[in-house]
Design a protein around this ligand. Structure first.
Ligand SMILES: Cc1cc2nc3c(=O)[nH]c(=O)nc-3n(C[C@H](O)[C@H](O)[C@H](O)COP(=O)(O)O)c2cc1C
Length: 183
């Protein structure tokens, strides 16, 4: 099993390599540089709680299975949205379209205040009450089914209960630490 020291960012391993030698640690920056080469769709994850709406930009979103329709989302435990999602047990994955670079930066911390983040775009709801961006390429309205803690993040598994398609023909991906339009 590999673990990460949060202070140094170094990973360590209790598993021997095939030769029996201890596996060398990987520095956090090397991992980050590698991940910068992995293109990923840009999404805004939203939720709703006692204090209102919240949301953050995320690329760590993945399909798990279609039976039952399930996604996973990796959520930093220090983010404002973490407690809201784990308490309300609902979230919406809003997948960004080509023109959505500015709103993606706002939800990535460019705008700190949650209400101000929602000032851009037209928002609605489907079945869970989590905010749905009307002009998102696609939005997946979900209920949380499982949470697994891994280092700094929680891997949140969610069942998709409803889908909205915003009609956009192009997408937005993050690659090489920049946004790129697709389509
Ligand atoms: C392209 C991009 C992808 C990101 N992906 C994730 C992600 O998958 N999970 C996550 O927790 N934070 C991710 N972040 C960082 C959060 O958007 C950011 O830390 C968050 O908005 C800050 O937390 P706050 O909402 O408490 O201000 C990403 C940021 C960017 C710009």
């Amino acid at each position: 099993m590999r673990t990460v020291d949060e202070g140094t960012g170094m990973s360590s391993s209790s598993l021997p390599s095939p030769s029996g030698a201890t596996l060398p640690p990987l520095e956090r920056q090397s991992f980050r540089d590698g991940m910068a080469k992995l293109a990923a769709a840009v999404n805004i994850i939203t939720s709703i709680g006692g204090n209102g709406r919240c949301g953050f930009t995320a690329s760590a979103v993945c399909s798990v299975t279609d039976s039952p329709p399930t996604l996973l989302v990796c959520v930093n435990k220090n983010s404002q949205s973490h407690a809201v999602i784990t308490t309300s047990q609902v979230l919406c994955v809003n997948t960004m379209a080509g023109p959505h670079e500015e709103i993606s930066m706002a939800f990535a911390g460019g705008v700190k205040d949650m209400n101000a983040r929602f000032a851009v775009g037209e928002w609605t709801t489907l079945v869970t009450g989590a905010p749905v961006l009307k002009e998102a390429t696609v939005a997946f309205d979900c209920r949380v089914t499982q949470v697994a803690e891994v280092g700094t993040h929680d891997v949140v598994f969610c069942e998709v209960l409803a889908i909205h398609e915003g009609g956009s023909k192009d997408g937005l991906v993050y690659f090489g630490r920049k946004f790129h339009r697709l389509g």
